[in-house]
Ligand binder design. Structure first.
Ligand SMILES: N[C@@H](CCC(=O)N[C@@H](CS)C(=O)NCC(=O)O)C(=O)O
Length: 327
């Protein structure tokens, strides 16, 4: 685990000392936008027009942020439009690595870097910007034509996938409908801070206070969601939106990883009947199962974060729910 400073790799863990034991996530730095032909007419010419075969997505199958983009690639029929490949689940002193190791091959996603045969994800960042300073995170949306990173911010990549390629795929499913945007933005904001990032703030905290400051609001939000789901199937009425998919990638990792490894153990997801049924509903949506790889997920967290789990032993459980995922 480390970061680039002026294009040079440095192996170092997150600095929580500077923030009283709190984990503070840094902002993604590549924030370009792919636009469709119609959007281009409205907004002048885009440097990143939607085109078949032009873009490549680098993901980790373990990472909840990258998982969002894989889900949208499926839901929006982009499999033949945007190529994809994944890093190895172990994120060690060189950060994310491209390794095609037999134990970690996935039948749905190519391993490694098919474009440049790079060794490390940081090679992709320095290819885009030789003097890049910052964390080397996945997902990375790459433009093969201009040989640069379009975006390394998952919340924006899924918005592009939601509508920029509709004229090519004919898939007009809309997970961010105009009339629901305020409600979606509002619930996203709460879930991002307390749940999606809340599990990390809890797990990476290095003081008791910082941990409690994260874990209590996390379970307060889960309690609130349990209530919301007593009278509706999804977060926003009965309509499935991006807010559900953003929550899904945290929920599916929760009992297997966050409950133990990140000390988010006031309850498990299985203890919430409505959230469990909701998770199952989302998991069984067409195409979604294939995006979930519990082997990568468990291995990544328990093996990579040796500050938290120095023995690197990966627990075998849980086995109670989603037997086809966990076993
Ligand atoms: N804001 C980014 C966050 C992505 C992110 O933090 N990814 C993690 C993997 S789960 C990562 O690559 N971390 C490496 C690091 O922080 O050095 C997004 O949502 O795309």
């Amino acid at each position: 685990m480390g970061l680039l400073i002026d294009g040079k790799w440095h192996d170092q863990w997150y600095d929580t000392k500077a923030n009283k034991g709190k984990f503070v996530r840094s902002e993604a730095q590549f924030r370009n936008w792919i636009t469709s032909e119609t959007q281009n007419e409205q907004n002048a010419q885009s440097n990143f027009p939607a085109e078949k075969g032009r873009y490549h997505l680098y993901v980790s199958l373990a990472c909840p942020w990258a998982h969002r983009t894989l889900i949208f690639r499926k839901l929006k029929s982009l499999e033949d439009i945007i190529s994809v490949s994944c890093v190895h689940p172990d994120m060690l002193s060189n950060g994310w690595e491209f390794k095609e190791e037999q134990d970690f091959l996935d039948k749905d996603v190519t391993a490694g870097d098919p474009l440049y045969q790079s060794e490390f994800a940081h090679d992709i960042y320095t290819r885009a910007d030789a003097n890049y300073s910052g964390r080397v995170t996945v997902p990375i949306l790459w433009d093969k034509k201009q040989q640069t990173i379009v975006s390394n911010e998952s919340s924006e990549i899924i918005r592009m996938f939601n509508d920029a390629f509709n004229h090519i795929t004919g898939n007009t499913l809309d997970f961010y409908p105009q009339e629901r945007r305020n409600d979606i933005d509002e619930i996203n904001e709460k879930i991002y801070h307390t749940v999606n990032n809340g599990v990390y703030k809890s797990g990476f905290a290095t003081t008791q206070e910082a941990y409690e400051e994260a874990v209590l609001p996390l379970f307060k939000t889960l309690d609130d969601i349990e209530v919301i789901l007593t009278h509706q199937d999804f977060l926003i009425n009965n309509q499935i939106t991006e807010a559900d998919w953003r929550l899904f990638t945290t929920l599916i990792r929760f009992d297997a990883v966050y409950h133990g490894h990140f000390k988010c153990n006031l309850k498990r997801i299985i203890d919430y009947p409505n959230i469990s049924a909701y998770l199952q509903r989302l998991y069984e949506t067409k195409g979604i199962k294939e995006t979930v790889n519990l082997t990568h997920i468990k291995r990544h967290y328990y093996y990579s974060h040796d500050m938290i789990n120095p023995s690197r032993v990966v627990p075998l459980g849980p086995t109670e729910i989603f037997k086809d995922v966990y076993l």
